[in-house]
Design a protein around this ligand. Structure first.
Ligand SMILES: Cc1cc2nc3c(=O)[nH]c(=O)nc-3n(C[C@H](O)[C@H](O)[C@H](O)COP(=O)(O)O)c2cc1C
Length: 376
C-alpha cells in the first residue's frame, strides 16, 4: 500500500465498541430492483456481494417502514414481519463479504409517488407539496399527532426486524427531503402542535424517532447494534433548513448516544449557503466544530480518487462514505489497499454492466440520466 493512503485503512472504533476494519463505508444507494411485493431480488443480492469486501460497513438502500412510506418503484420493504427473510438475505450477503451491514430505514412522506401508496394518499408534516423538476406534486395530507406517533413506532418496528434479520445496525434516514426532514424543515412543516411551530418543536419528530429506535435496540438488541442518523444540511427554499438550523439539530443529536452521524452531500467540500457567519467555510468544517468529537461523523460526496479521499480525511473527519464510486468501481478500496490506486476507475463504462454487477433498473437510470454519473 502507498503510505500516503495508509490512514484510510486504519481501524476505527465506534462509540458502542464495534471496530470497523477501515475508514471507508458504502453510502446508501437505492437500486429500484426489488420485486413488486417488496422482497429483494437475486440481482440485488449479487450487487451487494460484489461491493461488500473492501469497505468496513455497507449502508443499504433506504427501505420503507410503512406501506405509505414507499418512495420508489422497486424498493425493498421493512414494514412487516413478512419481510424479515428478505431483509436477512441482504444482511447475510453483506456480512459474508466481511462488512458490517446497516439497514437504512425511512419514510418518503410527500416525496412518495401516489401510485405507490395505499389509496394514493401521500402524507407529510403539513400540506406543502413537493417540487420536482419545477413541477409541484400532489398536496400531501398532514399527519395527525397520533398518525405521526404511529410512524415513529414503525421506525422502531423496522429496527426490531433489522435486529431479527441479523443486521449490525440501522441508519435513520433524516436526509434528502424525506419525511423526517419534512418535519424538521420550516418550509415543509407549518404545524403548531408539539411537532412544529419553533425550531425546537420541529426537532421533536426526528428526535422521537431516535429515542424510539434506541429503546427498541435496548429491548431487542445488544450494545453492539449500531445506530446512525443521516441528515441533509440545507434546503434551498426561503423557509427551508439553514446551516444554522442543522447545527442546532446536530448539537441535540450529538447528545443522543448515537454511534455516528452521516451528512448527505453531493460535494464533500461544499460551503454553507446561509444561516452561519462565514460562508467560505465548508459545511464539514462547521459540523466537525459543532460536534467536537462527541460522535463520529461520516462525510461523503464526489470522493472519486484516493487523493480525493486523502484530502477529505485531512479535515479530521473519521469516516468517509463512497456511493457512485463503488458502482463505477467495486474494487475501489481493494485497489488502494494493494497500492493500485492509479487503477481506480472514475467514470462509468457503459459497456460494463455485467462486470460491474448492477441490476437492470438501476443501470437503466444511470445511463439515461445525464450528469448523474461521471461519464454519462
Ligand atoms: C443511485 C443512487 C441512489 C441513492 N439512494 C440513496 C438512498 O437510498 N439513501 C440515501 O440516504 N442516499 C441515497 N443516495 C445518495 C448517496 O448516498 C450519496 O450521498 C451521493 O451519491 C453522493 O455521494 P457520492 O458522490 O459518493 O456518490 C443515492 C445516490 C445514488 C447515486
Amino acid at each position: 500500500m502507498n503510505e500516503r493512503y495508509e490512514n484510510l485503512l486504519t481501524t476505527f472504533t465506534l462509540p458502542n465498541g464495534v471496530e470497523l476494519k477501515n475508514r471507508l463505508v458504502m453510502a446508501p444507494m437505492t437500486h429500484y430492483s426489488s420485486n413488486v411485493d417488496g422482497t429483494v431480488t437475486d440481482a440485488e443480492i449479487k450487487y451487494y456481494s460484489r461491493r461488500s469486501s473492501g469497505v468496513s460497513m455497507v449502508i443499504t438502500a433506504c427501505t420503507h417502514v410503512t406501506p405509505n412510506g414507499q418512495g420508489f418503484h422497486g424498493q425493498f420493504a421493512s414494514h412487516s414481519d413478512e419481510f424479515i427473510p428478505s431483509l436477512k438475505r441482504v444482511a447475510t450477503a453483506i456480512k459474508e463479504q466481511g462488512a458490517k451491514a446497516v439497514l437504512q430505514i425511512y419514510h418518503g412522506g410527500k416525496m412518495s409517488p401516489p401510485e405507490l401508496v395505499p389509496n394514493g394518499v401521500i402524507v407529510s408534516a403539513s400540506d406543502v407539496p413537493a417540487v420536482s423538476g419545477g413541477e409541484e406534486g400532489k398536496i400531501p395530507k398532514p399527519l395527525t399527532e397520533s398518525e405521526a406517533e404511529e410512524i415513529i413506532e414503525a421506525y422502531g418496528e423496522a429496527t426490531r426486524r433489522a435486529i431479527q434479520a441479523g443486521y449490525d445496525g440501522v441508519e435513520i434516514h433524516g436526509a434528502n427531503g424525506y419525511l423526517i426532514q419534512q418535519f424538521f424543515s420550516g418550509h415543509s412543516n407549518r404545524r403548531d402542535d408539539r411537532f412544529g411551530g419553533s425550531l425546537e418543536k420541529r426537532m421533536a419528530f426526528p428526535l422521537a424517532v431516535v429515542d424510539k429506535v434506541k429503546s427498541v435496540v435496548e429491548k431487542h438488541g445488544d450494545a453492539s447494534f449500531i445506530v446512525g442518523y443521516r441528515f441533509s444540511p440545507e434546503e434551498p427554499e426561503e423557509k427551508g433548513i439553514t446551516m444554522g438550523d442543522t447545527l442546532t439539530l446536530v448539537d441535540a443529536l450529538a447528545e443522543k448516544g448515537l454511534d455516528y452521524l452521516h451528512v448527505s452531500l453531493g460535494e464533500f467540500f461544499s460551503t454553507a449557503r446561509r444561516g452561519v457567519e462565514d460562508l467560505s467555510k465548508t459545511r464539514i468544517e462547521y459540523l466537525l466544530e459543532k460536534i467536537n468529537e462527541r460522535v463520529p461523523l461520516i462525510g461523503v460526496g464526489s470522493i472519486y480518487s484516493a487523493e480525493d479521499a486523502r484530502n477529505a480525511f485531512a479535515t479530521g473527519i473519521p469516516l468517509l462514505a463512497l456511493g457512485r464510486e463503488l458502482i463505477i468501481d467495486p474494487d475501489w478500496v481493494q485497489k488502494v489497499a494493494s497500492g493500485k490506486e492509479d487503477e481506480i476507475v472514475t467514470k462509468i463504462d457503459k459497456e460494463k454492466q455485467e462486470e460491474l454487477v448492477v441490476p437492470d433498473p438501476l443501470w437503466n437510470k444511470i445511463v439515461n440520466i445525464p450528469g448523474w454519473f461521471p461519464g454519462i
